[in-house]
Design a protein around this ligand. Structure first.
Ligand code: NAD
Length: 471
């Protein structure tokens, strides 16, 4: 263990032991909103929701502003806590991820009313909260999913009960207490966000079944989305992906290579939108690999590819079967993974790349780690066909590097994904170096796409017959 890691471990242990740090400076209760019983958490949020309906929109805006301010202050310690507790990703990248979500998740301004007028008067359509939302969050984006969902759901007027991933329960509880302190300070009710301190799959199911939970918002792998969709409740389901990136012969290869390494290695590839396999036209394949190596990639060859596959894949994916990665290597650094096959690579290595054929399990399995298969194909149409197939119909995210407008349009259309990024790294699709807002709940199975405050509202119409037009 290096010095830095040791220091962080010590710091985080102190934080967790005291559970005071997130609230130390705001002089408030460090366990606000954190319950040991799920029913108590839901009842408390139900009361908070009713109180929140009486709060003005101006106060709601102040609550969101204070959540942003407070979580920004604690973004670094929260990133280190998440990294320490889950063992996933890179804490420096998590700081960037937290900043993105804190600053760019839409707030109250996203709730826009609509009006219709005609000879019969005026109709107003407004966006109302659902009530108490149940939110299940993943281990991979543990801090920012709670923060970003809370911003969007509260901006829409809801209360939220979180069932965080069990392997991120401590940092999630710290965030919940931090959020409650920020909410109260800005004039909102206590317990607008709650969680339980020992979340489990059973508690997630109990949340889905509870009478007082109006809708479920589920962010995670295939099992939890499927379970929620069978719960009988309305579900906003954000499931897995396996985002392909296609590079054709017209692309700016040096830029494409840098973008792919940057996107695929960000937080060690744990984000669902990160590039998971490269499909490149053969005439530019060698150049692409060379450029990737200049940007922090290390190429594995021959037996190394067989060994790494055996190491990191526990259930090989293939057409019609999404497979699964070996959890011991999910979100780890490239040099740690290389060590697993007895290979020493520079600690600065961001991504392990390996050229494989199109049927290789690395292509068809969502690895969530910095191991990137590269498939060489004869032309761009073949590349697009393979991209569609290995995305498994998740319709989640895909990327293309090309200057051919016809092929860019073809792939964007045929992939039919929630996010499609042209000529940029994957995170540009979340508003980092790309236009638009951020969210870490991308609802592909249920169709809401990149969720935002208005996603968490229900429409209500009020019609006033014959009067109140002004022309
Ligand atoms: P996970 O599915 O293991 O866990 C997610 C949450 O679901 C956890 O809180 C877990 O306790 C709960 N859970 C798991 N199985 C359950 C079941 N059968 N019943 C009830 N609850 C259950 O996911 P993870 O490993 O933490 O996250 C990685 C996965 O999530 C990847 O597949 C990734 O693509 C996906 N993901 C998707 C998005 C998105 O926005 N679409 C965002 C982040 C992660």
């Amino acid at each position: 263990m290096d010095n830095l890691e040791q220091n962080i471990r010590q710091l985080v242990e102190e934080v967790i032991k005291s559970m005071n740090l997130p609230t130390a400076n705001v002089k408030k209760d460090s366990k606000l909103g954190v319950y040991s019983n799920l029913n108590d958490a839901i009842e408390a949020s139900d009361i908070a929701f009713k109180e929140f309906t009486k709060v003005t929109l101006e106060t709601r805006k102040k609550v969101i502003a204070n959540i942003r301010k407070t979580t920004m202050e604690y973004r670094e310690i929260l990133s280190k806590m998440a990294w320490e507790e889950t063992g996933l990703g890179r804490w420096e990248d998590k700081i960037v991820k937290n900043e993105l979500g804190i600053n760019k998740t839409p707030g109250v301004e996203d709730i826009v009313p609509e009006t219709f007028t005609d000879d019969h008067g005026l109709t107003l359509v407004e966006r109302a909260p659902y009530g108490v939302i149940g939110s299940i969050t993943p281990s991979t984006n543990s801090t920012i999913t709670v923060i970003s969902n809370a911003i969007g759901m509260i901006a829409a007027g809801n209360a939220v009960v979180f069932n965080p991933h069990p392997s991120a329960k401590k940092v999630s509880a710290a965030i919940i207490s931090l959020l409650n302190n920020a909410i109260i300070e800005a004039g909102g009710p206590v317990n607008l966000v709650t969680c339980i301190d020992e979340p489990t799959i059973e508690s997630a199911k109990a949340l889905m079944a509870h009478k007082k939970i109006a809708i479920m918002v589920v962010t995670g792998g295939p099992a939890v989305v499927k379970t929620a969709m069978n719960s009988g409740k309305k579900v906003i389901g954000a499931g897995p992906g396996n985002p392909p990136v296609v590079v054709d012969e017209t692309a700016n290869i040096a830029k494409a290579a840098k973008d792919i390494v940057d996107g695929a290695s960000f937080d060690n590839n744990v984000i669902c939108i990160c590039e998971k396999e490269v499909i490149v036209v053969e005439s530019v394949a060698d150049k692409l690999k060379e450029e990737m190596k200049k940007n922090g990639a290390y190429e594995l060859t021959g037996d190394q590819i067989k060994q790494i596959t055996a190491l990191v894949i526990s259930d090989p994916g293939r057409p019609g079967h999404e497979g699964a990665a070996n959890k011991n290597y999910v979100g780890k650094n490239a040099d740690f993974i290389a060590k697993g096959i007895g290979l020493t690579v520079p600690a600065s290595t961001r991504l392990l790349i390996c050229e494989v054929d199109k049927d290789h399990p690395l292509v068809w399995t969502e690895q969530l780690m910095p191991v990137m298969p590269i498939v060489r194909v004869k032309d761009v149409d073949t590349a697009i066909d393979l991209a569609v197939a290995c995305e498994h119909g998740f319709r989640h995210t895909a990327m293309m590097h090309s200057l051919n407008i016809e092929k860019l349009s073809k792939m964007a259309k045929i992939m039919n994904c929630s996010i499609f990024i042209k000529n940029g790294p994957s995170y540009a699709g979340l508003g980092f170096g790309g236009a638009g807002f951020a969210s870490f709940t991308i609802a592909s199975p249920t169709g809401e796409g990149v969720t935002r405050a208005r996603t968490f509202t229900r429409e209500r119409r009020c019609t006033l017959v014959d009067y109140l037009r002004i022309i």
